[in-house]
Design a protein around this ligand. Structure first.
Ligand SMILES: [Zn+2]
Length: 263
């Protein structure tokens, strides 16, 4: 265990530095990712492999067609390509906490909780990146009203398919690491339900802002036109990061329930 933790800290540090060098993470994002990575490998190499599968697939997908996606969403979205510490922890915090908990007190439930949370983050990232690139007219999950590409809570057919594939991809890595079958199945379901919860929250309680100059809806504090924005709906504290935490918690909870039911 001591040797694995030492090797894990070294490996996580190397990957975090490489990710910073590739401009996938900000400096504080790289530090947070290193801590999440070290916690994962402390729990076992399979936890580290899962995190790497999430991180590499997300980084690659976010790079593909980056200019097209940026043009489609720049007026709407709060943050750009480099992920900061808050974003890293919003996506990987539940997984890292489950990993550390499993070191302190081994329990199969931590596999379902960590796996479900990370499957949900993967499903959410894949659906956003692939859905935005594929285009098409997103609709809100709640009212089925058409919304501009990049609007939180907007879903498309391609994005929904990518969501299911993202959860399947991460849970296949679990299956390859020979995690118990009911845990793998639970995490797959948790991944899909967590990502759906993310879209639902995005369409309802997530903070929406309105530009004071051109009246466009956005998540940004300063609109792409340069004017400031005001709160225009949802809960003001329910940022995109808070919605991602909710996605992970919902994925973890659903995964735990389904894996227990199948055990
Ligand atoms: Zn504006």
């Amino acid at each position: 265990m001591i040797e694995r933790v030492t090797a894990g800290v070294a490996l996580a540090t190397v990957i975090a530095i490489a990710a910073r060098a590739a401009r996938a993470l900000t400096v504080d994002g790289a530090i947070a990712a290193g801590l999440v990575g070290a916690s994962s490998i402390a729990a076992g190499w399979s936890w580290g492999a899962l995190l790497l599968a999430f991180f590499l697939s997300s980084s690659v997908l976010s790079r593909i067609g980056i200019d097209i996606k940026r043009r489609r969403t720049s007026a709407l979205l709060e943050k750009g390509g480099e992920r900061d510490a808050v974003q890293v922890l919003a996506n990987g915090g539940v997984f890292a906490a489950a990993a550390l908990a499993s070191v302190v007190h081994p329990w199969e439930g931590w596999l379902a909780i960590g796996g479900g949370a990370l499957a949900a983050a993967t499903a959410d990232t894949w659906s956003t990146e692939i859905g935005t690139l594929a285009g098409g007219e997103p609709r809100l999950l709640t009212t089925w009203r058409a919304v501009p590409t990049g609007t939180s809570g907007g879903v498309t057919g391609v994005g929904s398919l990518a969501m299911v594939l993202g959860s399947a991809f991460l849970t296949l890595v679990m299956a390859a690491a020979v995690w118990p079958r009911h845990v793998v199945a639970g995490a797959f379901v948790g991944g899909v339900l967590g990502s759906l919860a993310d879209s639902l929250a995005g369409a309802t309680v997530q903070a929406r802002r309105r530009c004071t100059s051109c009246d466009a809806l956005t998540e940004r504090a300063i609109h792409s036109c340069g004017a400031s924005t005001v709160h225009a709906g949802g809960a003001s504290w329910m940022t995109n990061d808070a919605v991602n935490v909710l996605c992970g918690v919902a994925g973890a909870a659903a995964a735990l329930v389904v894996s227990r039911a199948l055990a």
